[in-house]
Design a protein around this ligand. Structure first.
Ligand SMILES: N[C@@H](CCC[C@H](N)C(=O)O)C(=O)O
Length: 277
């Protein structure tokens, strides 16, 4: 039996069990990852995170969703891992590698900013099963002549997102019911994270997200980036906005010069503990 220490953290309420796997290997199978993430019998989290050593960066971040599936990246976890690596090294910025590519994390007062890189906007980069304009994809839910949801924008931030635009903020039942359906829609061969954006002003979006492999979360960092990008592409928002999520506020900026998306927000440590595997 092996024991590994972990830190329970959250970024705007999106919570993680972060395992130190720099000196000791950590490669849980799907079932083990799901058991750790289970809120009634395990430690409980939206995503399980491992910080592994890297030859090219300050650390490598590996991500599992609560259902045990491995995923490319996680925006809020990048901010939490960035904070941990900065605390440990005393640096003010660090590079974190992921399956989706490297990210720079920096301190911004008591918040952490991450450079999420450029959004991927071609239909086959999201990916979507058929060629279509990712500003308004051909998808609708509900009766043909009066759909409840329709023509979302689609964006990859290293992981796939669709963003529906709404004139109100939907309730839990609506997000759970429609999100669980759309996550597995055949249009998305790798599944999809589902965002519901209520654009309140050109610099303010209220967002709720049903996450692929995790369900309704208090915040989704890549989802907030995708919502801003999709809103800008529809002419609804300026290139910088506050995105209010269930667990707090994220500041998202899509830089015109570099095409990179930057996300800034809070991180919090909840507790520490050990996992016995
Ligand atoms: N919470 C995350 C996203 C985690 C991965 C996502 N559920 C997926 O399957 O792509 C974030 O903050 O970005």
């Amino acid at each position: 039996m092996a024991t590994l220490s972990f830190v329970k953290m959250n970024g705007a309420g999106n919570d993680f069990v972060v395992v130190h796997a720099r000196d000791q290997a950590f490669s849980p199978g799907e079932e083990q990852a799901r058991a750790i993430a289970d809120r009634s019998t395990g430690e409980g989290c939206d995503q399980l995170i491992a910080i592994e050593p890297s030859d090219t960066a300050d650390g490598f971040m590996r991500v599992w969703n609560a259902d045990g599936s491995r995923v490319e990246t996680c925006g809020n976890a990048l901010r939490c891992v960035g904070w941990l690596l900065m605390q440990a090294s005393g640096k003010d910025s660090v590079v974190i590698d992921t399956v989706a590519g490297p990210t720079v994390a920096r301190r911004d007062g008591d918040r952490i900013e991450v450079d999420m890189g450029p959004p991927r906007l071609a239909w086959d980069q999201v990916p979507i099963a058929e060629e279509m304009d990712t500003r308004n994809i051909e998808l609708q839910i509900g009766p043909i002549d009066d759909p409840v949801l329709h023509t979302p924008g689609a964006v990859s931030m290293g992981n796939p997102h669709v963003v529906f635009f709404m004139d109100h903020t939907p309730n839990d039942g609506f997000v759970r019911g429609s999100g669980s359906l759309i996550e597995h829609h055949p249009l998305f061969p790798e599944g999809v994270n589902v965002g519901y954006a209520h654009v309140m002003a050109r610099d303010h979006i209220r967002l709720r997200v049903w996450e692929r492999g995790a369900g309704l979360t208090k915040a989704c960092g890549t989802g907030a980036c995708a919502a801003l990008v999709a809103s800008v592409r529809r002419g609804l928002c300026d290139r910088a906005a506050t995105v209010t999520v269930d667990g707090g506020e994220l500041t998202i900026r899509w830089d015109e010069a570099t095409d990179h998306v930057f996300m800034t927000g809070p991180v919090a440590v909840e507790r520490t503990g050990t996992l016995t595997l």
